[in-house]
Design a binder for this molecule. Structure first.
Ligand SMILES: Cc1cc2nc3c(=O)[nH]c(=O)nc-3n(C[C@H](O)[C@H](O)[C@H](O)COP(=O)(O)OP(=O)(O)OC[C@H]3O[C@@H](n4cnc5c(N)ncnc54)[C@H](O)[C@@H]3O)c2cc1C
Length: 392
């Protein structure tokens, strides 16, 4: 069977659905293809479920500290992990079902459920169907990376997707990777009641942040009883009965951490290896990210790539902003560019880290002059602001 559309969107992540609906509203015939669950990473195993779990973990944390605020809760604080997961599932379900309904109710928009592969630069195959279009918008996102760490094939481990099925309390969770995804899970499970160790290959947590920021985060996490092992340059796994032993080879301390469960949070890879990009002649970089210009056009005319798969952003709002840029250029005559985007994101540990714009290290590297102000939150309301110039 074959069908022809004006535009085909591959993936229902954070850019695809809005773009598909917008195009369909301009009377174009549009198809959107999804191989798994509507909403992609953010909705099913990224932002929404993790932030729902973070909220449950915070409730447990605040309840444990209730006495500090003069509130008495008789008896110990217990966390029912089955209820925590059920709450998370309900929130996720609401989002995916809402999205599915929105797409299905949109006129001129046809949904295909299956894996899309390019047959050539004008056609994609989904199961037995061959779909043709003038324009393609690739929004296939990414997944957890599984590097070939020593012994990894000998043990079972979790990643951000399989963590979503956990409805029990791991006795001791070893989180491999001290960056954004790993740290959110680390604090969350510590607050649920697990013992938690974070194993990081580098000399400090979230190395993209300034040193004082990563140091503050380390202090906060250690203050909650999370063990942090840095400089773990030679990470390896070994099964020890029903436990997992992670060799960390750190510069100090024991060289092995033994836990009940291991969570791999060591980066993301784009879902581009099984998309038939080579048949369409679409260029990727050595890590598989689709190469795009400032308007998100690939090297093949009429084919665009949006969201995490183009390597130009790694957040829900950057994927959505990709949709806005493509729609502005294609439909509104507004010449928006990716390079105009200002970096902004958050790390949802508690208290959260928020960033807008450049870090101090980036400012210094750029050689620009900047005015710096620093104030500890414990001093808000007590002292005036202290500012200094980076060139002073
Ligand atoms: C644990 C975790 C927490 C996060 N928390 C936050 C947060 O708090 N805030 C934030 O801004 N970002 C967060 N992110 C990042 C955010 O989830 C992603 O940046 C965002 O989902 C990227 O959206 P996307 O549209 O590029 O792709 P995705 O959301 O990954 O969607 C891609 C879709 O394409 C489908 N697909 C792939 N290949 C094919 C194919 N061949 N055929 C058909 N369909 C296909 C997939 O099934 C998927 O549904 C988090 C990520 C993780 C992993």
């Amino acid at each position: 069977m074959s069908a022809k559309y004006d535009a085909i969107v591959i993936g229902t992540g954070q850019a695809g659905p809005s773009l598909a609906v917008r195009l369909a509203e301009t009377e174009m015939t549009v198809a959107i293809i999804e191989r798994k669950r509507f909403g992609g990473t953010c909705v099913n195993n990224g932002c929404i479920p993790t932030k729902t779990l973070v909220a449950s973990a915070r409730a447990a944390h605040v309840a444990r500290r209730a006495g500090d605020y003069g509130v008495t809760i008789p008896g110990p604080i217990a966390v029912d992990m089955k209820k925590v997961k059920a709450r998370k599932d309900a929130v996720v379900r609401k989002s995916t079902e809402g999205l599915e309904k929105w797409l299905k109710d949109t006129r001129n928009l046809t949904i295909y459920e299956g894996h899309a592969r390019f047959a050539d630069a004008h056609r994609v195959r989904v199961g037995d169907e061959l779909l043709e279009a003038d324009k393609f918008f690739i929004n296939v996102g990414g997944r957890a990376s599984t590097p070939p760490l020593r012994g990894i094939d000998q043990v079972s481990y979790l990643n951000n997707s399989t963590m979503m099925e956990v409805d029990f309390l791991p006795e001791h969770l070893i989180v491999i990777g001290g960056s954004y995804v790993g740290l959110e899970f680390a604090q969350m499970y510590r607050r649920f009641g697990s013992e938690v160790t974070v194993v990081e290959r580098g000399p400090r947590l979230i190395h993209r942040e300034d040193e004082d920021v990563t140091e503050a985060i380390k202090t906060i996490l250690e203050g909650e009883g999370i063990e942090i092992r840095l400089n773990a340059e030679c990470i390896g796994f070994e099964k020890r009965g029903d436990k997992v032993a992670v060799q960390v080879d750190c510069s100090s301390g024991d060289k092995t951490v033994i836990g009940s469960h291991a969570l791999l949070a060591v980066g993301r890879v784009p879902n581009t290896g099984d998309l038939g990009l080579e048949r369409a002649g679409i260029e990727v970089d050595r890590r598989g990210y689709i190469q795009v210009d400032d308007q998100l056009r690939t090297n093949v005319p009429g084919i665009y790539a949006l969201g995490d798969c183009n390597g130009r952003g790694a957040f829900t709002h950057t994927a959505y902003n990709d949709y806005e840029i493509v729609a502005a250029n294609l439909l509104d005559g507004d010449h928006r560019r990716v390079s105009d985007r200002i970096t902004a994101y958050a790390l949802y540990i508690d208290p959260p880290l928020g960033r807008a714009g450049m870090s101090e290290a980036e400012v210094r590297k750029s050689g620009r002059k900047a005015l710096m102000g620093k104030m500890s939150m414990t001093h808000v309301g007590l002292r005036g602001r202290k500012a200094r110039r980076t060139d002073s």
